[in-house]
Ligand binder design. Structure first.
Ligand code: ADP
Ligand code: MG
Length: 378
């Protein structure tokens, strides 16, 4: 009986993966920072060690209640940048094979999104997903050259703030601030189904060094906005896009892949009642775009006919890279601090919604008893 149960559980797990298609959700808990919480304080976050939940489970203790969650992977605080990248490198590699890939970092401000995506500039060990991905891609390009593949790569970087696109590689920063030209940075889909943003700066790149230089430029451009616009960087989505065009004349093959790496705006709930004017507009824009993103991923996972891409700039921009045979990874960043427990729970619930595709399993075939463990295996 036990063996049967285990076999069934495995089978169901595989079915879930199939139904989920190319959507994966990872959770990463950062270490406690020096000024956060006391040693003897109750730790709100723990990691269950049962066979089923090992490396995939996380529990949040809130008001005396334990809230369990399961994801495709859970990274504990001591997980290094290198170990995180190991789990992502295949996905990155598939962009060279012509896949469209999106990797999102989601979480409240201070939960480790930028650390996960960018890392600490200048520190080798601390390099995040973006620099590591680029190094891997350019290294692989060199190897594929020997097999007759020629690749061209293009980079663009933009920020979406209050549903407005800002070009982070534009030489002329001033023109991007105002709304003098409404046609500027409009998202357009052409006949081939590719998306482009009008007037957006696109740079041909030949090495990961060149991209590093552009990343620095973009970071500077972002921080200019920051002083002007009230911590804009945590209130805006950062979208890094690498387009890959590969040709192999001997094999008469051609591939076009895209790698989108996205550092999302902070997901913290700002109380609507407390904020007014610009702040309220900002809050609404973030809430709307983050919930549109989860709606889109949810609809894709459920294989719904209508996917609501048009509800936000972010999802409309990424439309060709979300769905179809493209691949999506959501990394949900969580702070372990007792003071953040509310937000951590919110983030995990968001992630669980994106991850909760078992809903589409026909109920008559399987008892829901077996489905529940993925969300609440306690
Ligand atoms: P966010 O981008 O979500 O606002 P950050 O990436 O800026 O958050 O992280 C907040 C702070 O926590 C930073 O000081 C960062 O260096 C630190 N931090 C985040 N994740 C880690 C980690 N995995 N290991 C060590 N320090 C981290
Ligand atoms: Mg950040």
């Amino acid at each position: 009986k036990v063996i049967e149960g285990e076999a069934l559980r495995k089978k169901l797990h595989n079915t879930i993966l199939e139904l989920k298609g190319n959507i994966r959700v990872f959770c990463r808990v950062r270490p406690l920072l020096l000024d956060e919480g006391m040693e003897d304080e109750t730790k709100p976050i723990s990691f269950p060690t049962t066979t089923e939940a090992l490396g995939r489970g996380i529990e949040v203790l809130h008001h005396g209640q334990t809230h369990p969650f399961m994801f495709d992977k859970v990274f504990m605080p001591q997980t290094t940048q290198e170990e995180v990248f190991e789990e992502v490198s295949q996905l990155v590699q598939s962009a060279l094979d012509g896949y469209k890939v999106c990797i999102f970092a989601y979480g409240q401000t201070g939960s480790g999104k930028t650390h996960t995506m960018m890392g600490t500039p200048g520190s080798y060990d601390d390099k995040g997903l973006i620099p590591r991905s680029l190094e891997q891609i350019f290294e692989a390009r060199q190897k594929l050259k020997e097999q007759g593949w020629k690749y061209e790569m293009q980079v663009s970087m933009l920020e979406i703030y209050n549903e407005t696109i800002r070009d982070l590689l534009s030489a002329n920063k001033c023109s991007t601030e105002g709304s003098a030209n409404k046609q500027q940075y409009a998202i357009k889909h052409d006949a081939n189904g590719t998306t482009y943003v009008s007037d957006l700066t696109i740079v041909d790149v030949r090495s990961s060094k060149e991209v590093s230089y552009l990343l620095n430029r973009a970071a500077q451009s972002r921080s200019v906005g920051k002083t002007q616009m009230n911590e804009q960087s945590s209130r805006s989505h950062f979208v890094f896009t690498l387009r890959i065009f590969g040709v192999n004349e001997t094999l008469e093959q051609q591939v076009q892949g895209v790698l989108n790496l996205i550092d999302l705006a902070g997901s913290e709930r700002l109380s609507k009642s407390g904020s007014t004017g610009d702040r309220l507009k900002e809050t609404q824009a973030i809430n709307r775009s983050l919930s549109s993103l989860s709606d889109v991923i949810f609809a894709l996972a459920k294989k719904e006919e209508h996917i609501p891409y048009r509800n936000s700039k972010l999802t409309y921009l990424l439309q060709p890279c979300l769905g179809g045979d493209s691949k999506t990874l959501m990394v949900v960043n969580v702070s372990p601090a007792p003071s953040s427990v509310n937000e951590s729970l919110c983030s995990l619930r968001f992630a669980a919604r994106v991850n909760a595709c078992e809903i589409s399993i026909p109920r008559r075939q399987t008892s829901m008893r077996y489905m529940e463990p993925r969300l609440s295996y306690g």
